[in-house]
Write a protein that binds this ligand. Structure first.
Ligand code: UD1
Length: 339
């Protein structure tokens, strides 16, 4: 059997690069497309080192239909698309809403239009638990209603899913899996690829590792008066390698799923607080992280964690790695970056 070719947009980003490694390990041939505006060839070099393969790579903006047509033309063997390419900073999206709507929605529409022309009809979408807002019931299941999004970034994920749900109704061959990520953390256990935040990180895990290595003087824990066991927010932190493996599972089951648009939670189902994550990092690495308790961050959700039973069942996938693994791996990556 010939290896299936998969177009991976945003393959030089954090989650994209980890997924490339798992795709190659499962016998797929990824074709990578990335505009490198928020990502780096450093991760592509790491992917090459880990897989021993030089993957086809195109520096292309996903909204550019002419370029997309060229890539599909060069690779008529592409049978599915994984769409990671998007902007993901909540703060930045509040400051530059038009940029976020233009980038995240335009790229999705261009890609779908060119896929239809090329007759490629399997699509895996990077969604987010942000679509739920603060859910009424936790752990949250996929049928929970969407709340009004807190940020333009969140709106682009809700709109993305809406576009895809409507597209499958009209385009009868299209099959879509939308993967709702909870909080991806960690790095490849080799320490060769990991997260590369631009500037000061917004997200907790890279802020912890950058403080531990001395790039930042101290971490601020945003809020200690939430209605949670230790007063800090509760999240569902998932190892990026478990998340990457779920994408391969989505691809291998997409033809067997009951409907042509299916959404799945990708989380562990285990709530972990911000303070717990921080203390676990200090325990497993033995490195002290100076921190202070600060005010709540506007727009933060108090608690959200996944009910992953639908993904466990339908994708025949479950998480295998722990937050301890993720924090050790993230620390190895941060130390390698400093070398
Ligand atoms: C947010 C988005 C999510 C998006 C992700 C990627 C929401 C509800 N969630 O996740 O959709 O995919 O960003 O950018 O919009 N924290 C600190 N100190 C810090 C940094 C974070 O205490 O320096 C706390 C936050 O208050 C939060 C938790 O750590 O309680 C996790 O924050 P973060 O890593 O930014 O992720 P989310 O906000 O959960």
């Amino acid at each position: 059997m010939t290896s299936q070719s998969i177009l991976v947009t945003g393959g030089a980003g954090y989650i994209g690069a980890h997924t490339l490694v798992e795709l190659v390990a499962s016998g797929y041939t990824p074709v990578v497309l990335d505009d490198l505006s928020r990502s780096s060839m450093k991760l592509m070099d790491g992917v090459k080192q880990l897989t021993g393969k030089q993957l086809s790579f195109y520096q292309v903006d996903c909204a550019d239909k002419t370029e997309l047509r060229r890539v599909f033309g060069l690779h008529p063997e592409i049978s599915a698309v994984m769409h990671f390419a998007a902007f993901k900073s909540v703060n930045e999206s509040v400051e530059k809403p038009l940029l976020y709507f233009r980038n995240n929605i335009d790229s999705l529409l261009s890609l779908l239009e060119v896929m239809q022309e090329a007759n490629v009809n399997r699509f895996v979408f990077s969604s987010s638990c942000t679509v739920y807002g603060q859910p009424d019931r936790i752990p949250v299941t996929e049928d929970a209603p969407f709340k009004r999004p807190e940020s333009p970034y969140g709106a682009t994920k809700q709109m993305g899913e809406r576009i895809l749900e409507d597209a499958v109704k009209a385009w009868k061959e299209l099959k879509v899996v939308s993967l709702r990520y909870f909080n991806p953390i960690g790095a490849h256990p080799s320490g060769v690829i990991g997260e590369l935040p631009i500037g000061v990180p917004n997200n907790l895990a890279p802020y912890i590792t950058q403080t531990a290595i001395g790039k930042r003087s101290r971490l601020t824990v945003f809020g200690s008066d939430y209605n949670t066991p230790d007063g800090s927010c509760l999240r569902d932190f998932i190892h990026v390698v478990d998340l990457a493996v779920a994408h391969v599972a989505a691809l291998s089951t997409i033809d067997q799923l009951p409907s042509r648009f299916e959404a799945f939670n990708l989380g562990t189902g285990v709530p972990v607080s911000v303070l717990e994550l921080l203390n676990t990092f200090m325990r497993v690495t033995g490195v002290n992280v100076p921190y202070e308790i600060g005010p709540r961050r506007p727009g933060d959700i108090e608690k959200v964690y996944a009910d992953p039973s639908k993904s466990n069942r339908a994708l025949r996938w479950r998480t295998k790695l722990t937050i301890e693994d993720a924090l050790r791996d993230a620390w190895r990556w941060e130390q390698n970056l400093a070398k």
